[in-house]
Design a protein around this ligand. Structure first.
Ligand code: ADP
Length: 190
């Protein structure tokens, strides 16, 4: 099965994705991680995207689309992917559907983690201390939250229409959220 997980920055997508990966033997595809890796490795792509990422804006759909196609087209990951941080806008949601179709796959469930802005600010500042991400300061965190809010609404409507969307309360504890998500996945596995 393929899973999409989304929520605002700091919602805990990464944490929950790694738990699901272990439990259901999937592969986590985090576009944020892939992009940070390009910057770390000082690739041409990394040079192009670092300033965009550090302002809290989205990297171009083309760049991120090309990155994910590498995984979708790879037989090792066929129908075993959890998309963390993709899609982030309607164009990406449509692109994901097209790409999966091209490689004879589909999305089985879309999980939306809901968290309010106050919680997010708190979590991002805590994460900054631990991980030292260059886009984790309060100002950029708010900008990332706004970028998310401005782009995600049509994505939510898109997945509501296809009946794939499940909303999960991201304010609960890590294990409560993880139990809820596991239950939802089990229920679609049948
Ligand atoms: P967060 O969700 O906490 O903001 P991510 O690691 O998912 O963190 O993303 C960090 C940054 O990477 C984003 O602010 C954006 O610049 C870029 N990025 C990640 N995924 C995408 C995407 N699907 N499309 C465009 N840009 C992306």
């Amino acid at each position: 099965m393929n899973i999409v997980i989304f929520g605002p920055p700091g919602a805990g997508k990464g944490t929950q994705s790694s738990l699901i990966v272990k439990k259901f033997k999937l592969y986590q595809l985090s576009t944020g991680e892939l992009l940070r890796q390009e910057i770390k490795n000082k690739t041409n792509l990394g040079d192009q995207i670092s300033s965009i990422m550090n302002t809290g804006n989205l990297v171009s759909d083309q760049i991120v689309g090309d990155l994910i196609e590498k995984y979708i087209s790879n037989k090792i990951y066929k129908s075993r992917l959890i998309f963390d941080g993709y899609p982030r806008n309607l164009a990406q949601a449509k692109n994901l559907g097209d790409l999966l179709k091209k490689y004879d796959q589909k999305i089985d469930i879309v999980l939306k983690l809901s968290v309010n802005l106050e919680t997010i600010k708190k979590r991002i500042l805590e994460r900054k201390v631990l991980e030292k991400r260059s886009d984790d300061n309060e100002e950029i965190a708010i900008k990332r939250f706004e970028t998310y809010e401005n782009n995600i609404r049509p994505v939510i409507d898109f997945y509501k229409q296809s009946k794939l969307l499940k909303v999960v309360n991201g304010e609960a504890t890590i294990s409560e959220i993880s139990n809820e998500i596991s239950g939802l996945i089990e229920s679609i596995k049948g």
